[in-house]
Write a protein that binds this ligand. Structure first.
Ligand code: SF4
Ligand code: SF4
Ligand code: SF4
Length: 362
């Protein structure tokens, strides 16, 4: 099937991103050649570890060099992912680099803002410090984000920190509230009267294929359907455990493993696949090499409330409907199906025993 705006999303959903990108790279390149106006990209960082930048740099096929040099947009002669400003891997430094932000803000064509990292209370994240006319000037990330978001045509939050707060928003070890009050970009913008929709691409780190496909969709003018957490449905519209995990047949047969390397379902190791909506099992990472469950477990990093609501990572998912309020039917159906078929006895017994123990305690 040839790549067109109409079937773009259908194709992306139907196949793994690496497979999609590899198979349709030539078509994608051709489609991008027909884009009318070049767009401008600005990538800013808040409370982050820059792992999402590193993840983006690991893009497989096309690779980073291609999107930065070879794949051109329209007749601009410019590549598809050359940012006007990108703090972490900016080729320029000092004032020249900082001028990039102003250039981006004043650009006449589509302005895309990519945000990596959470937003914290004032004073926790200074992104610029310098002297102007002999006076010390400091810029808080909050102010930079607001300035940029006001003029942006498209805002994309990459990674768990920028989407939902992630690790910077986690509770400290003593269980006290997070002292920095870190939160995701969309929540912060709403609080500050900017009612623009942020496209959320979570996971820790962001999957580079997710980002390049979203960028392509934006350039091609394809409407991206979002779920209730503003995540593209084409990536996060399916429950991994229910729909795409290759270990699901083991779950249905009650074959569970207790340590990595064994062949079976990882439910008893604490796998959060049953409460995680993501296509990681299909998309995979590192150019389709592998994903978390193949080597260990899913810890749920595509979901809001991570990591606190998903901790401890190595504990079995308890009482799904009450604790997480998502995908209650997912495991229910799995267990019911297994029971009806006379298989999956293990899992049923285990949950039954847990319930019994709880009733005794009460
Ligand atoms: S989402 Fe993960 S990898 Fe990305 S900045 Fe946050 S902590 Fe780092
Ligand atoms: S519990 Fe995890 S490993 Fe097992 S089937 Fe579900 S998603 Fe796959
Ligand atoms: S498999 Fe789970 S833990 Fe791994 S990246 Fe995907 S959502 Fe995150």
């Amino acid at each position: 099937m040839k790549l067109s705006r109409r079937n773009f999303l259908k194709l992306v959903s139907a196949m793994g991103a690496s497979a999609f990108l590899t198979t349709y790279k030539a078509d994608l390149v051709k489609a991008l050649e027909e884009v009318k106006d070049y767009y401008h990209l600005c990538w800013i960082n808040g409370a982050s570890c820059t792992g999402c930048t590193i993840s983006f740099a690991q893009l497989g096929d096309p690779d980073l060099v291609s999107v930065l040099t070879d794949i051109l947009v329209g007749n601009s002669g410019l590549p598809m992912a050359l940012p006007d400003y990108m703090e972490t891997i900016h080729p320029a430094a000092g004032t020249v680099a900082e001028d990039g932000i102003e250039r981006w803000k004043n650009a006449k064509t589509t302005k895309i803002l990519v945000v990596e990292g959470a937003v914290q209370d004032p004073g926790f994240c200074t992104v610029h410090r310098g002297y102007e006319n002999g006076r010390l000037v400091e810029v808080d990330f909050r102010d930079r984000l607001l300035e940029c978001a006001k003029v942006a045509d498209v805002i994309i939050a990459v990674g768990q920190c920028a989407t939902f707060g992630g690790i910077p928003a986690a509770k400290p070890w003593d269980g006290e509230p997070n002292p920095t009050n870190a939160k995701g970009v969309q929540e912060f913008l709403y609080e500050n009267g900017i009612n623009k929709t942020v496209i959320n691409i979570p996971c820790c780190p962001v999957n580079p294929d997710h980002l390049i496909i979203v960028l392509s969709a934006v350039l091609l003018g394809v409407d991206i359907e979002l779920d209730e957490h503003n995540r593209p449905k084409m990536f996060f519209g399916r429950n991994m455990h229910k729909e795409i995990c290759p270990y699901r047949p083991y779950y249905d047969r009650g074959i569970f493993v207790t340590k990595p390397g064994e062949e079976g379902c990882r439910f008893k190791m604490g796998c959060k696949g049953p409460i995680c909506n993501t296509d990681c099992a299909l998309r995979k990472w590192n150019n389709g090499t592998s994903y978390c469950v193949e080597t260990n477990i899913c810890i749920g990093c595509a979901e809001p409330g991570w990591p606190d609501k998903f901790s401890p990572f190595y504990a079995e998912v308890p009482e799904l409907p009450k604790v997480f309020g998502v995908g209650a039917e997912t495991i229910g159906e799995g267990l019911l199906g297994a029971t009806l078929l006379g298989i999956g006895i293990h899992a049923v017994r285990h949950l039954g025993a847990k319930k019994h123990k709880k009733e005794e305690e009460e």
